[in-house]
Design a protein around this ligand. Sequence first.
Ligand code: ATP
Ligand code: TYD
Length: 238
Amino acid sequence: MIPAEPLYKGKAKSVFASENPDELIVVFRNDMTAFNGVKHDQFTDKGKLNATASEFFMKMLESEGIPTHYIRMNSPDTMIVRRLTMIPLEVIVRNVAAGSMTKKYPVTEGTVLDWPIVTTDYKDDERGDPMINDDLIQVLHILNADELKQVKEMALRVNTVLSRFFDECGIRLVDFKLEFGKAGGKIFLGDEVSMDSMRLWDKKTGESFDKDVYRFDKGDVITAYRNVLNRIIPGAGV
Ligand code: ATP
Ligand code: TYD
């Protein structure tokens, strides 16, 4: 049973305690936000679509040897996960320049990068999630050198698996954000892998199938999300 009050209510998901102290219940809500919560709306089925994608990718990554927090689905929008002590980093992998990279640096949107890069933001809404580098991560005791190496290697491995898969589905994986956490001294991929946390472009037309549709009013975001699911899970029929 889901408790009445969440332990934590984020911008898009609510996290509840479970009867098992090692597990949490994550409800993917229909809320959609952008620009650190400044833009906010609700869309029917959005939670279910992201939960379905996240379930699909967590299982795929697990089968490729990447430890994830995924345990099972409770209902279409509710995932049971391993309780992690979250590492306060947004680990971003980029294959193609887009979004904040093109605002901050002299590079044009759509430029294919010489190799996939990993950047990190310190996850703290009040501080505006500032960019953080390897030295800061270590001197602030967020991760030690070995853990940092593991996190970056896991992020790049996720990129290899997902990029190859999306390519076969006719989609270009432009960039994405991951969050990691620890349990029993081991590092796991946590949070979500969904259309909210990735940039996905149609390989032929360049059309966006991700949260940019909402961020920049490019069309119907739910149609875009359904499009992704129907391409990645044949017969999903969502
Ligand atoms: P943002 O949107 O910037 O990622 P948020 O906190 O608003 O931040 P939500 O996705 O709405 O994000 O909330 C989910 C919260 O649950 C996040 O704080 C995330 O770090 C945390 N979380 C995800 N997976 C786990 C886990 N396995 N154990 C503990 N906490 C988790
Ligand atoms: P980025 O270009 O840094 O930020 P923005 O989307 O605000 O321009 O985002 C890179 C990728 O990471 C993109 O696919 C969106 C994802 N992301 C999140 O899911 N959450 C976040 O808080 C941030 C900063 C990025």
